[in-house]
Design a protein around this ligand. Structure first.
Ligand code: THU
Length: 168
């Protein structure tokens, strides 16, 4: 899979593909903030502990106006590995911020790698769901354009996990 259909919009430092069915008007004036979040996710990615997979992931979540970051933390007992998104969300929750407005993810997948190689895993999607709102957004870092601008996709979280499990 490459990228699904979308509409391209440019921000001050980024080129964004807004993935259908997300409406362009709902995100058009927030692109500068999104670029800052992707930069935060990249900084967190640089701190990843990923000696086994060598696949570094960073996440930055915007929760009630505050930003929290996380990176993947692998373990010699592979199953004990922690994903970047869940670490960022745990930090937000521990600080008392639960409503997720935006989740930005940056991976060491090459620029030009298809979207499924840069998207949150299924377990992370379920954890995002726990704290997501109807309009929570997901930003996927797609690397730098030739002119140095950030490239990325913007998705409605709902499109990443339709018919998700909820208790009660
Ligand atoms: N990983 C994440 O941190 N987030 C995801 O959503 C997908 C996978 C990490 C786990 C492991 O350290 C490495 O990426 C390879 O799977």
């Amino acid at each position: 899979m490459t990228s699904p259909d979308g509409i391209t919009r440019t921000g001050p430092g980024g080129i964004w593909l807004i993935i259908a069915p997300l409406a362009v008007e709902t995100v058009a004036d927030r692109l500068a903030d999104f670029e800052a979040l992707v930069r935060g996710a990249r900084e967190a990615r640089a701190k990843a502990h990923a000696p086994y997979s060598r696949f570094q992931v960073g996440a930055a979540v915007l929760a009630e106006g505050r930003t929290f970051v996380g990176c993947n933390v692998e373990n010699a007992s592979y199953g004990a590995t922690l994903c970047a998104e869940r670490n960022a969300i745990a930090s937000a929750v521990a600080a008392g911020y639960r409503r997720l407005d935006v989740v930005a993810v940056s991976t060491s997948a090459m620029s030009g790698a298809s979207m499924d190689q840069r998207s949150p895993c299924g377990v992370c999607r379920q954890v995002i769901s726990e704290f997501a709102k109807e309009d929570t957004l997901v930003l996927l870092d797609a690397g730098d354009a030739e002119d140095g601008r950030i490239q990325g996709e913007i998705l409605a979280f709902d499109s990443l996990l339709p018919w998700r499990f909820r208790l009660g």
